[in-house]
Design a protein around this ligand. Structure first.
Ligand code: RIB
Ligand code: CA
Length: 317
């Protein structure tokens, strides 16, 4: 299986979660999976941190051979997205354990890498676990891209549950709503792994108790992400990007239902809100024009995923 990961890894900025790093680790630990490239996107942190964090993660994993590319610096319509710009400015100022990447970033850049990987692969799967800025830009640059891809699995959306960054929006769709809508309009039928299923997963203190943190990756996770790790008395964090990666690698872990999905791009207060017309939930008359454009994950095998996560990620710490 040939995979390209589009990602916004935050691990390297103190206090940010290791979620993208765990998903990348999962892919690189999986037999039969070739990671063709890692395309970095703004999101959890600005691009110069996302790029530095991805590069450092590959060093920790002994995989500097994997191509890393810098993506677009800002959401597609950043000039109209004040809240999203404020998020990036604030996270840019947070304490870091690694120097930020310096411009000019290495060529080739993310859009070029995505398009090249799609052309040169024999059926590429994109796993997009950050805002969809790079993927949308690649689709605009080359309208033939959908025909070149095998699958696209996206961590994004909140369909029958609340949001996690605004009352109604999930973070990745919030950070670039226009990009999410472009991906939905591209006839790709993305597999959307949203909060509906991610919030059913937990990384428990019991699971972490078996981890020794003796590898370079394990030591860095503990140093950079201590505040996020589960504690005996605290909450067990949800897993988002790791579940999306697991769904890409082991599709039976989630149940997908066809749906018409639309993203709010007009109202600033509701930006990135995702509405899904799932079978049997709403009257057909309220559905927007157009066919089903996505597959939405509505159920997850929680125990199966926990075992897969322990084998492919926790065992590497
Ligand atoms: O909403 C979850 C997403 O935003 C994940 O991709 C994770 O990285 C988070 O910050
Ligand atoms: Ca992410």
């Amino acid at each position: 299986m040939q995979v390209l990961i589009d990602t916004d890894p935050g691990m390297g900025t103190v206090g940010v979660d290791p979620e993208d790093a765990f998903a990348i680790t999962m892919a690189l630990s999986s037999p039969g999976v070739t990671v063709e490239a890692i395309a970095c996107v703004q999101g959890n942190v600005p691009i110069r941190h996302s790029l530095a964090n991805a590069t450092h993660l590959l060093e920790l994993l002994g995989r500097r051979d994997v191509l890393v590319a810098a993506g677009l610096e800002r959401p597609l319509l950043a000039a109209r997205r004040r809240q999203q710009e404020r998020w990036l400015t604030e996270t840019d100022g947070r304490e870091r354990l690694l120097p930020a990447a310096e411009r000019p970033y290495p060529a080739a850049r993310a859009v070029e890498v995505i398009l090249r990987a799609a052309r040169e692969s024999d059926g590429l799967t994109i796993v997009a676990i950050g805002p969809l800025t790079n993927i949308a830009a690649a689709l605009v640059a080359d309208p033939e891209l959908p025909g070149l891809l095998e699958r696209i699995v996206v961590m994004g959306g909140a369909f029958e549950v609340c949001g996690n960054i605004t009352p109604t929006a999930e973070f990745n769709f919030f950070m670039d709503p226009e990009a999410a809508q472009i991906v939905l309009d591209a006839r790709l039928r993305p597999e959307l792994i949203g909060l509906d299923v991610c919030h059913q997963t937990h990384l428990t203190h019991e699971q972490m108790a078996a981890v020794e943190f003796t590898t370079p990756l394990g030591r860095f996770v503990r140093r950079a992400c201590a505040a996020w790790l589960p504690t005996q008395d605290g909450d067990a964090p949800h897993l988002y990007d790791s579940l999306a990666m697991a769904a890409a690698l082991e599709p039976q872990l989630v149940t997908l239902e066809p749906a018409r999905v639309e993203i709010e791009t007009v109202s600033a207060a509701l930006a990135g809100t995702s509405a899904a017309w799932l079978p049997g939930r709403f009257s057909e008359w309220s559905r927007p024009d157009g066919p089903d454009n996505a597959l939405v994950a509505t159920e997850v095998d929680v125990d199966g995923f926990a075992a897969f996560f322990a084998e492919r990620v926790l065992a590497r710490l």
